[in-house]
Design a protein around this ligand. Structure first.
Ligand SMILES: [Fe+2]
Ligand SMILES: [Fe+2]
Ligand SMILES: [Fe+2]
Length: 455
């Protein structure tokens, strides 16, 4: 066998592996499926935990990191499900818990009482165990016979490493890595007692922010009224659009609550919704990058509120929140829409603004599809579905005056300072009319609808 030669020394076996590797016993299909189901379970639980901890996590960078990692884990769940489905007839048993100890392990992480413990559990325990299991699979399986699984594992490893890098940078002190996750090691037989997860898990849907968001009830600057006012030039509008993007941080906070509080949907629902959640987080970071590009100290100058996610998470049921989201997003296509924002970006000669709006619009096309697939289909009539979203949003109480009277905010008009800082960056004199802008959300909702006296 050692003198086996391929034709004209071309790569044998499509270049997958040396002949010797292709002849090793590897894993049986039975064993391969058993292991894949454990990785699948691990990614599913990780997705769930990342999503569940976005809303109440105060630190913006972690919120954004969790949004990405929820999305990445959901993508690998999807790939693993597909691979298991290629090898086995249904029922695939993908909803079963492969090992009660693994369940406790992930339950404990999900219930971690502090951010620090959560981070350690995710990035120092769970993800290293997943990495070890994936590498183990690649090393043990027959690379020719099981090439499709190897491919899935390799792609997963790439992003597991990204997540670990994020975790390593986040964690100051290191702990020893955890044991094997793939269940190939002998079980210790030790009884594991639940600690944090002894009580049933309670999702915390109250959005929290770090100290760079000092005025989270501030609804003192109505971005939409400014944006659609034709008397204003495109340049200052780019500042307002960066604000609108950064404010999208409240969408992952809200979508995480839908994902976490909705059970019994097909897996693709969670995958799609998490992709959208991540897009919204990305939009927020595009706003952040936009402010940095203009030299605007956004935490000091721009008041990014959480009133929308707070109100929706505390006042509406998950399907009602989804209805509001759908209603808002289907409204993004016409006049006060994404095309308009992109055109403002182009007209402003700020290429970064135009680029971000270009992708913001493109993402919205995907979100419209996701809305059609997972919201609209609940209704027999599309019009009713839109109306229902409008009704749900109208029911939401955002008590502008009560917040002020209660001392939660003064609805301070932060716009002139932010605009002046942008002008400094551009080296131009502020336009007095732009500087004087002072329309709030007291009377006009973000979709430019007049708010009724009751709400
Ligand atoms: Fe959005
Ligand atoms: Fe967006
Ligand atoms: Fe969207």
């Amino acid at each position: 066998m050692n003198d086996y030669k391929s034709y004209r020394n071309l790569p044998a076996l499509a270049g997958i592996c040396p002949m010797k590797e292709a002849m090793k016993p590897g894993l049986s299909v039975e064993e391969c499926v058993r292991r894949l189901k454990r990785y699948h379970y691990a990614f599913k639980r990780l997705h769930q935990i990342f999503a569940a901890r976005i809303t109440a996590e105060p630190i913006y960078e972690l919120k954004m990191g969790f949004s990405l990692h929820a999305h990445l884990c959901a993508e690998h769940v999807t790939a693993l499900r597909r691979r298991v489905g290629e090898m086995r007839e249904p029922p695939l048993g993908l909803d079963l818990v492969p090992d009660a100890h693994l369940e406790i392990f992930f339950d404990e992480i999900r219930a971690a009482p502090t951010t620090a413990e959560l981070i350690l559990g995710l990035y120092e325990k769970a993800l290293p165990a997943v990495k070890a299991a994936l590498k183990h699979h690649i090393a043990e399986t027959n690379p020719l016979a099981d090439q499709p699984s190897v491919r899935v594992c390799r792609f997963a490893l790439l992003e597991v490493d990204d997540m670990l890098m994020f975790g390593a940078q986040t964690i100051a002190d290191c702990l020893a890595a955890a044991g094997a996750l793939d269940g190939t090691e002998k079980a210790s037989g030790r009884e594991i007692a639940r600690r944090h997860s002894a009580r049933p898990y309670q999702y915390d849907g109250l959005p929290r922010r770090d100290e760079r968001f000092p005025d989270p009830y501030n609804m003192g600057v109505n971005a939409e009224v400014f944006l659609y006012d034709e008397k204003f030039r495109p340049e200052p509008k780019t500042v307002m659009m960066f604000y609108k993007r950064l404010r999208e941080v409240d969408v992952p906070e809200m979508m995480a609550s839908i994902i976490t509080e909705t059970s019994d949907k097909p897996w693709d629902y969670y995958r799609d919704m998490t992709r959208q959640l991540w897009d919204e987080a990305r939009h927020a970071m595009m706003g952040e990058a936009g402010f940095v590009s203009l030299g605007i100290d956004w935490p000091r100058r721009v008041m990014v509120n959480f009133t929308w996610s707070l109100a929706l998470n505390t006042q509406l049921k998950p399907i009602e929140r989804h209805a509001v989201l759908y209603f808002i997003e289907q409204g993004l296509m016409p006049r006060n829409g994404k095309r308009f924002e992109w055109e403002v970006g182009l007209a402003s000669h700020n290429p970064l603004s135009a680029l971000f709006q270009d992708y913001d619009w493109a993402d919205e096309v995907l979100h419209a599809r996701i809305g059609r697939d997972w919201y609209l289909k609940e209704f027999d009539d599309a019009k009713k579905a839109v109306q229902y979203g409008d009704q749900c949003w109208s029911r939401v109480l955002m008590d502008w005056n009560k917040w002020r009277e209660g001392g939660l905010t003064q609805h301070r008009n932060w716009w002139p300072e932010a605009y002046q800082e942008a002008c400094k960056h551009w080296g131009v004199q502020p336009d007095p009319v732009v500087l004087a802008y002072s329309t709030t959300y007291e009377q006009v909702r973000a979709d430019l609808k007049t708010i009724s006296a009751s709400g």
